[in-house]
Ligand binder design. Structure first.
Ligand code: ADP
Ligand code: MG
Length: 225
């Protein structure tokens, strides 16, 4: 069977605390596809991205991402996989407050010995910071940035490893219309340059027409939840 770039099958997931349960019979996303994920707050959109990224582990079923069965890997292998193959723009950004813009963009290289930080990577980080409009603020601590600027740092950081799979959790949620366009342009452009698969959670319905496909998480889980 030819496998899709992202594939979830008969997945069941539950958090240790609370009673939220997610069941996904099937989800396939082809390589290079650009997909938006919509659904009400609390419906499991972030959880879905975390399953694809190997941050969350299903209690049943399989998650294949980029040809790897991530749901079969142990914690260390899942982390290495994620660091190398997945770029994730977290809903809450997850920036390190005591670091500046450029160091936050380079954070994956500082935290993960499987990645090698060299001049080429540094130059790429600077270019990305420039492309999100932060070229003049490379050394500024992120506590001294606006919410929208922090979001753009998070986007640049997700792109710096040139990941095959790009996951963005409401990446335009805090931005004005001009910066929404800028951030989405950048995600699409970089995804296109590397034929990356792009999954974007969004509440911006005016942005949906730019995606090849829209997945409504309510329909994805059907009446099985
Ligand atoms: P969405 O991104 O669609 O708003 P989430 O995937 O973040 O939804 O959350 C789905 C449900 O899981 C929510 O009810 C949320 O409260 C719950 N949840 C999220 N994270 C955790 C956690 N770490 N532990 C327990 N419950 C959680
Ligand atoms: Mg969410």
């Amino acid at each position: 069977m030819a496998s899709a770039h992202l594939e979830l099958r008969d997945v069941r997931f539950r958090y240790r605390d609370g009673d939220f349960a997610l069941r996904i019979p099937e989800l396939r996303v082809e390589a290079g596809e650009r997909v938006a994920v919509i659904g009400p707050s609390g419906s499991g959109k972030t959880t879905l991205l975390h399953l694809v990224a190997g941050i969350a582990l299903p209690e049943q079923g399989r998650v294949h991402t980029s040809g790897i069965e991530v749901s079969a890997l142990d914690d260390a292998a899942r982390r290495d996989f994620r660091v190398r193959q997945v770029g994730l723009v977290f809903q809450e950004f997850e920036l390190l407050e005591y670091l500046g813009v450029l160091d936050n963009v380079l954070l994956p290289y500082r935290l993960n010995p499987v990645l090698r930080l060299d001049d080429e990577v540094r130059a790429r980080a600077v270019r990305l910071a420039e492309r999100v409009g932060l070229g003049q603020k490379l050394g500024r601590r992120v506590t001294r940035l606006s919410h929208g600027e922090r979001q753009r740092v998070a986007v640049a950081r997700a792109l710096v490893t040139e990941p095959e799979v790009l996951l963005a959790d409401e990446p335009t949620g805090n931005l004005d219309p001009a910066n929404k366009g800028l951030v989405l342009d950048l995600l699409f452009e970089v995804a296109g340059e590397h034929d990356a698969t792009l999954l974007v959670v969004t509440h911006d319905h005016d942005l949906l027409e730019r995606f090849a496909r829209v997945i409504d998480i309510g329909k994805l889980i059907g009446d099985a939840a």
